[in-house]
Design a protein around this ligand. Structure first.
Ligand code: SF4
Length: 364
């Protein structure tokens, strides 16, 4: 008990040193006076401690409340994760990247890094280019000069479809506060550049005022599974799948061209039929993508074994028999395309050796 500690020249217990160091007052009987069991002094010390705890709690609550909007936290894990993030405002060297993705001419990434922290994300190769040592999902660099760069880099370039974004989520939680994506959209709207947005977040709805003013725009909402337990395991800091479906509904209501990106297809939990049942009425078309194991096989299998062992066999099958796995998905896609009357494209990540073999395209 600190109040009974005699005047001492020795070190104070470590746990108490921090608390005492922050106390602005000299406590009678503690720092300067002799040992005293005087009830009055004891009461004073207790009162000071309680005051300190109350002030600290109040400060913590104020901090959490004032930062809450930047987290868009869906659960305590998301919130905790948000506070371990390293967030930097940086001057970027460039912003417009030529893209080899089908139909896409340029990609713009307003941020480097992504708070969504998806376990399967292969954009983590960005760490190599930026020198970040933090785990993927634990850092975000905000490109403060994005719009200025865009203005320079788009000059004299032919117009083409611009993707927001290819290696980050343009509507990750901190976009709510930072607004980089919004400012880029404003600029693109001024020049009516054609835009394709792909996100896992319903924060995109915030920018409907801009989106509705574009002549040529499409919004893709990314979904991997309807199983919330699995969603939290693989995409720990994203919003629920249900909220994403609601976002698709709202886009449909506003008659904004929109699509669902089912990807990556996580073996054993991504149920194409069930997802399509939910999203087909609100999607103009559907893209699906197989899981890209390249360079991540061990890490992913380890994750599955630890967190979702019920999916392990399905993952192992996809790893050991990539061609059969992909063929099964292609067959499903062909049937579902017919059933739902929607255009559904499947993108695959077969090992190079197999990629050369064309997939049988069974007509349903
Ligand atoms: S949202 Fe996209 S970019 Fe962000 S971590 Fe997930 S997969 Fe990667």
């Amino acid at each position: 008990m600190i109040c009974f500690e005699p005047q001492s020249t020795g070190p104070k217990p470590a746990a108490l040193t921090g608390v005492l160091a922050t106390m602005p007052l000299t406590y009678p009987g503690y720092a300067t006076g002799p040992l005293s069991l005087n009830i009055h002094k004891t009461f004073q010390l207790y009162a000071c401690c309680i005051l300190h705890i109350s002030v600290s709690t109040l400060y913590l609550l104020t901090f959490l409340i004032s930062h809450w909007p930047t987290t868009a936290a869906t659960d305590i894990r998301t919130l905790t994760h948000s506070y371990s993030m390293k967030i930097q405002h940086l001057q970027a060297k460039s912003i417009l990247n030529p893209s080899r993705l089908p139909g896409i001419t340029y990609a713009i990434n307003p941020y480097t890094g992504c708070q969504h922290a998806c376990i399967y994300c292969y954009a983590d190769f960005m760490k190599r280019y930026t020198g970040h040592l933090e785990a993927w999902g634990n850092f975000v660099d905000i490109k403060v000069n994005a719009v200025e760069l865009l203005e320079q880099e788009l000059q004299n370039k032919p117009k083409g479809l611009i993707l927001l974004s290819s290696v980050t989520d343009p509507y990750q939680p901190l976009e709510l506060k930072e607004g980089k994506t919004r400012s880029i959209l404003k600029f693109l709207l001024k020049h009516q550049y054609p835009v394709s947005i792909l996100t896992k977040s319903d924060l995109v709805l915030r920018d409907l005022d801009l989106i509705e003013a574009f002549d040529d725009i499409e919004i893709g909402i990314s979904i991997t599974t309807l199983n919330e337990t699995h969603r939290k395991t693989f995409e720990p800091c994203t919003i629920t799948t249900q909220r994403r479906i609601e976002a698709l509904k709202e886009l449909k209501q506003k008659t904004i061209p929109s699509y669902t990106f089912i990807g990556p297809i996580l073996p054993g939990t991504t149920n194409l039929n069930k997802i399509l049942h939910e999203v087909a009425p609100f999607s103009d078309f559907i893209y699906c993508e197989t899981l890209n194991f390249r360079g991540k096989t061990e890490q992913l299998l380890q994750h599955v074994q630890t967190h979702t062992p019920e999916l392990l066999n399905a993952f192992l099958f996809a790893v050991k028999h990539p061609h059969e796995h992909t063929q099964q998905l292609q067959d499903q896609v062909n049937l579902l395309q017919h059933h739902y009357g929607k255009e559904i494209k499947l993108f695959t990540h077969l090992p190079t050796r197999l990629r050369k073999e064309p997939l049988q395209n069974h007509k349903a």
